[in-house]
Design a protein around this ligand. Structure first.
Ligand SMILES: [Zn+2]
Length: 247
Protein backbone atom coordinates (compact mmCIF):
# COMPACT_ATOMS: atom_id res chain seq x y z
CA UNK A 1 0.00 0.00 0.00
CA UNK A 2 2.83 2.35 0.88
CA UNK A 3 4.60 1.67 -2.44
CA UNK A 4 1.35 2.24 -4.28
CA UNK A 5 0.93 5.62 -2.61
CA UNK A 6 4.46 6.59 -3.62
CA UNK A 7 3.71 5.59 -7.20
CA UNK A 8 0.43 7.56 -7.15
CA UNK A 9 2.30 10.70 -6.12
CA UNK A 10 5.00 10.03 -8.78
CA UNK A 11 2.45 9.92 -11.59
CA UNK A 12 0.48 12.90 -10.33
CA UNK A 13 -2.65 11.25 -8.94
CA UNK A 14 -4.41 13.34 -6.30
CA UNK A 15 -6.52 10.53 -4.89
CA UNK A 16 -6.46 6.75 -4.73
CA UNK A 17 -8.87 4.10 -3.46
CA UNK A 18 -7.69 0.72 -2.15
CA UNK A 19 -10.67 -1.51 -2.84
CA UNK A 20 -9.36 -4.67 -1.21
CA UNK A 21 -10.88 -8.00 -2.23
CA UNK A 22 -13.33 -9.64 0.16
CA UNK A 23 -13.83 -13.04 -1.50
CA UNK A 24 -15.19 -16.19 0.06
CA UNK A 25 -15.20 -18.98 -2.54
CA UNK A 26 -12.36 -20.92 -0.98
CA UNK A 27 -13.10 -24.03 -3.03
CA UNK A 28 -12.09 -22.20 -6.19
CA UNK A 29 -9.11 -20.21 -4.95
CA UNK A 30 -6.80 -22.49 -2.98
CA UNK A 31 -4.54 -19.64 -1.87
CA UNK A 32 -7.40 -17.33 -0.88
CA UNK A 33 -7.40 -16.08 2.71
CA UNK A 34 -10.16 -14.15 4.49
CA UNK A 35 -9.64 -10.40 4.40
CA UNK A 36 -8.03 -9.07 7.59
CA UNK A 37 -10.25 -6.01 7.69
CA UNK A 38 -8.78 -4.55 10.87
CA UNK A 39 -5.25 -4.91 9.53
CA UNK A 40 -6.46 -3.30 6.33
CA UNK A 41 -7.88 -0.25 8.12
CA UNK A 42 -4.70 0.09 10.18
CA UNK A 43 -2.59 0.13 7.02
CA UNK A 44 -4.82 2.76 5.38
CA UNK A 45 -4.42 4.95 8.47
CA UNK A 46 -0.66 4.47 8.48
CA UNK A 47 -0.45 5.52 4.82
CA UNK A 48 -2.69 8.54 5.43
CA UNK A 49 -0.17 9.63 8.05
CA UNK A 50 2.78 9.09 5.72
CA UNK A 51 1.24 10.86 2.69
CA UNK A 52 -0.92 13.76 3.87
CA UNK A 53 -0.93 15.30 0.37
CA UNK A 54 -2.60 12.26 -1.19
CA UNK A 55 -6.25 11.59 -0.59
CA UNK A 56 -6.51 7.92 0.33
CA UNK A 57 -9.94 6.32 0.17
CA UNK A 58 -10.66 3.10 1.99
CA UNK A 59 -12.75 0.49 0.25
CA UNK A 60 -13.55 -3.13 -0.46
CA UNK A 61 -14.62 -5.16 -3.44
CA UNK A 62 -17.29 -7.51 -2.14
CA UNK A 63 -17.18 -10.74 -4.15
CA UNK A 64 -20.64 -12.37 -4.48
CA UNK A 65 -21.91 -10.71 -1.27
CA UNK A 66 -25.43 -12.02 -2.01
CA UNK A 67 -24.08 -15.53 -1.39
CA UNK A 68 -22.19 -14.50 1.78
CA UNK A 69 -24.35 -12.04 3.75
CA UNK A 70 -22.86 -12.95 7.16
CA UNK A 71 -19.24 -12.61 6.04
CA UNK A 72 -20.11 -9.39 4.21
CA UNK A 73 -21.74 -7.85 7.27
CA UNK A 74 -18.64 -8.66 9.32
CA UNK A 75 -16.39 -6.89 6.78
CA UNK A 76 -18.64 -3.83 6.71
CA UNK A 77 -18.71 -3.71 10.51
CA UNK A 78 -14.90 -3.50 10.62
CA UNK A 79 -14.76 0.26 10.09
CA UNK A 80 -15.78 3.10 7.83
CA UNK A 81 -15.30 2.44 4.11
CA UNK A 82 -15.31 5.26 1.58
CA UNK A 83 -16.05 3.05 -1.40
CA UNK A 84 -17.79 -0.30 -1.59
CA UNK A 85 -17.70 -2.26 -4.83
CA UNK A 86 -19.87 -5.24 -5.63
CA UNK A 87 -18.61 -7.88 -8.03
CA UNK A 88 -19.05 -11.38 -9.34
CA UNK A 89 -16.06 -13.57 -10.05
CA UNK A 90 -17.62 -16.96 -9.35
CA UNK A 91 -20.83 -18.63 -10.46
CA UNK A 92 -22.25 -22.12 -10.35
CA UNK A 93 -21.48 -24.23 -13.37
CA UNK A 94 -22.66 -27.84 -13.57
CA UNK A 95 -22.87 -28.30 -9.84
CA UNK A 96 -19.66 -26.58 -8.79
CA UNK A 97 -18.44 -23.06 -8.35
CA UNK A 98 -16.09 -21.74 -11.04
CA UNK A 99 -14.35 -18.41 -11.43
CA UNK A 100 -14.78 -16.71 -14.79
CA UNK A 101 -10.98 -16.57 -14.94
CA UNK A 102 -11.18 -20.34 -15.50
CA UNK A 103 -13.20 -20.06 -18.72
CA UNK A 104 -10.27 -21.52 -20.65
CA UNK A 105 -10.67 -24.80 -18.74
CA UNK A 106 -14.19 -25.31 -20.15
CA UNK A 107 -14.94 -26.85 -23.54
CA UNK A 108 -15.10 -24.12 -26.18
CA UNK A 109 -18.75 -24.90 -26.93
CA UNK A 110 -19.66 -24.34 -23.25
CA UNK A 111 -18.09 -20.92 -22.92
CA UNK A 112 -21.02 -18.83 -24.25
CA UNK A 113 -23.49 -20.59 -21.91
CA UNK A 114 -21.14 -20.13 -18.96
CA UNK A 115 -20.99 -16.41 -19.67
CA UNK A 116 -24.80 -16.33 -19.71
CA UNK A 117 -24.76 -17.88 -16.24
CA UNK A 118 -22.23 -15.25 -15.14
CA UNK A 119 -24.67 -12.49 -16.16
CA UNK A 120 -27.47 -14.27 -14.28
CA UNK A 121 -25.25 -14.28 -11.20
CA UNK A 122 -24.54 -10.58 -11.72
CA UNK A 123 -28.29 -10.03 -11.83
CA UNK A 124 -28.64 -11.89 -8.51
CA UNK A 125 -26.06 -9.51 -7.02
CA UNK A 126 -27.70 -6.37 -8.39
CA UNK A 127 -31.16 -7.51 -7.35
CA UNK A 128 -30.04 -8.35 -3.81
CA UNK A 129 -30.21 -6.06 -0.79
CA UNK A 130 -26.45 -6.24 -0.27
CA UNK A 131 -25.00 -2.75 0.09
CA UNK A 132 -22.55 -1.58 -2.55
CA UNK A 133 -22.11 1.69 -4.47
CA UNK A 134 -20.17 0.62 -7.54
CA UNK A 135 -20.72 -2.37 -9.81
CA UNK A 136 -17.22 -3.64 -10.62
CA UNK A 137 -15.81 -5.02 -13.90
CA UNK A 138 -19.23 -5.56 -15.48
CA UNK A 139 -18.16 -8.03 -18.18
CA UNK A 140 -15.31 -9.66 -16.27
CA UNK A 141 -15.44 -12.95 -18.29
CA UNK A 142 -14.38 -10.96 -21.36
CA UNK A 143 -10.87 -10.85 -19.89
CA UNK A 144 -10.69 -14.63 -20.09
CA UNK A 145 -12.79 -15.26 -23.17
CA UNK A 146 -10.89 -17.32 -25.80
CA UNK A 147 -10.63 -14.37 -28.21
CA UNK A 148 -8.34 -16.24 -30.61
CA UNK A 149 -10.93 -18.99 -31.23
CA UNK A 150 -14.25 -17.18 -30.75
CA UNK A 151 -15.25 -13.57 -31.16
CA UNK A 152 -16.95 -12.02 -28.16
CA UNK A 153 -20.13 -10.14 -29.13
CA UNK A 154 -22.05 -8.18 -26.54
CA UNK A 155 -25.11 -8.43 -28.79
CA UNK A 156 -25.36 -12.17 -28.00
CA UNK A 157 -26.10 -11.22 -24.37
CA UNK A 158 -27.93 -7.96 -24.92
CA UNK A 159 -31.08 -8.99 -23.07
CA UNK A 160 -29.16 -10.31 -20.04
CA UNK A 161 -26.83 -7.29 -20.01
CA UNK A 162 -29.61 -4.73 -20.26
CA UNK A 163 -31.52 -6.47 -17.47
CA UNK A 164 -28.52 -6.13 -15.16
CA UNK A 165 -27.95 -2.51 -16.21
CA UNK A 166 -31.59 -1.64 -15.49
CA UNK A 167 -31.26 -3.23 -12.07
CA UNK A 168 -28.11 -1.20 -11.42
CA UNK A 169 -29.92 2.00 -12.42
CA UNK A 170 -32.83 1.11 -10.13
CA UNK A 171 -30.53 0.78 -7.12
CA UNK A 172 -28.61 3.93 -8.15
CA UNK A 173 -25.34 2.05 -8.51
CA UNK A 174 -22.35 3.54 -10.27
CA UNK A 175 -20.87 1.60 -13.19
CA UNK A 176 -17.14 0.94 -12.97
CA UNK A 177 -14.97 1.40 -16.04
CA UNK A 178 -12.39 -1.24 -15.20
CA UNK A 179 -9.24 -0.83 -17.27
CA UNK A 180 -7.67 -4.13 -16.15
CA UNK A 181 -4.19 -2.80 -15.53
CA UNK A 182 -4.13 -1.29 -19.02
CA UNK A 183 -4.43 -4.55 -20.94
CA UNK A 184 -5.43 -4.46 -24.60
CA UNK A 185 -8.83 -2.79 -24.98
CA UNK A 186 -10.90 -5.76 -26.27
CA UNK A 187 -10.01 -7.67 -23.12
CA UNK A 188 -9.29 -4.87 -20.72
CA UNK A 189 -11.95 -2.24 -20.89
CA UNK A 190 -14.79 -3.67 -18.79
CA UNK A 191 -17.21 -2.55 -20.05
CA UNK A 192 -16.41 -1.34 -23.56
CA UNK A 193 -18.24 1.18 -25.76
CA UNK A 194 -21.30 -0.98 -26.55
CA UNK A 195 -22.25 -1.67 -22.94
CA UNK A 196 -21.46 1.92 -22.03
CA UNK A 197 -23.95 3.05 -24.66
CA UNK A 198 -26.57 0.66 -23.23
CA UNK A 199 -25.81 2.03 -19.75
CA UNK A 200 -26.66 5.51 -20.98
CA UNK A 201 -29.79 4.29 -22.81
CA UNK A 202 -31.02 2.51 -19.67
CA UNK A 203 -30.60 5.69 -17.62
CA UNK A 204 -27.14 5.21 -16.08
CA UNK A 205 -25.81 8.52 -14.74
CA UNK A 206 -22.41 7.84 -13.15
CA UNK A 207 -19.08 6.14 -13.83
CA UNK A 208 -16.14 5.22 -11.65
CA UNK A 209 -12.65 4.45 -12.99
CA UNK A 210 -10.72 1.47 -11.65
CA UNK A 211 -7.43 0.08 -12.91
CA UNK A 212 -7.72 -3.07 -10.75
CA UNK A 213 -3.94 -2.78 -10.66
CA UNK A 214 -3.01 -5.35 -7.98
CA UNK A 215 0.51 -3.89 -8.03
CA UNK A 216 1.98 -0.39 -7.71
CA UNK A 217 3.39 -0.21 -11.25
CA UNK A 218 -0.02 -0.57 -12.89
CA UNK A 219 -2.18 1.97 -11.09
CA UNK A 220 -4.28 4.21 -13.35
CA UNK A 221 -3.20 2.30 -16.46
CA UNK A 222 -5.73 2.64 -19.23
CA UNK A 223 -7.42 5.67 -17.67
CA UNK A 224 -6.72 7.88 -20.69
CA UNK A 225 -8.66 5.53 -22.94
CA UNK A 226 -11.46 5.17 -20.39
CA UNK A 227 -11.69 8.95 -20.03
CA UNK A 228 -11.96 9.42 -23.81
CA UNK A 229 -14.74 6.88 -23.99
CA UNK A 230 -16.57 8.38 -21.01
CA UNK A 231 -16.40 11.88 -22.46
CA UNK A 232 -17.61 10.64 -25.85
CA UNK A 233 -20.62 9.15 -24.04
CA UNK A 234 -21.47 12.45 -22.40
CA UNK A 235 -19.93 11.93 -18.95
CA UNK A 236 -18.11 14.88 -17.39
CA UNK A 237 -15.01 14.80 -15.23
CA UNK A 238 -15.28 16.12 -11.72
CA UNK A 239 -13.13 18.71 -9.91
CA UNK A 240 -13.06 16.40 -6.93
CA UNK A 241 -10.43 13.77 -7.85
CA UNK A 242 -12.21 11.10 -5.82
CA UNK A 243 -15.68 11.76 -7.20
CA UNK A 244 -17.55 9.93 -9.93
CA UNK A 245 -17.95 11.11 -13.51
CA UNK A 246 -21.54 12.06 -14.20
CA UNK A 247 -23.84 12.95 -17.02
ZN1 LIG B 1 -12.75 -8.32 -9.11
Amino acid sequence: MENTCRKAIDIGLRAIAFTEHADHVFSVHQTLRPLDILGYHAEVERCRGLFPGLRILSGVELGEPHRYPGETAAILAGGRLDRVLGSVHCFEWRGRMVDASQLASLRLAEVPDAVRVYFEELWALVGSTQPFDVLAHFDYPKRYWPHAQLSYREGDYEEEIRTVLRGAVAREAVLEMNTTRGEMPERGLCPGPTVLRWWVEEGGRALSFGSDSHEPGKIARGFKLAAQLAEASGFKPNDDPAAFWRR
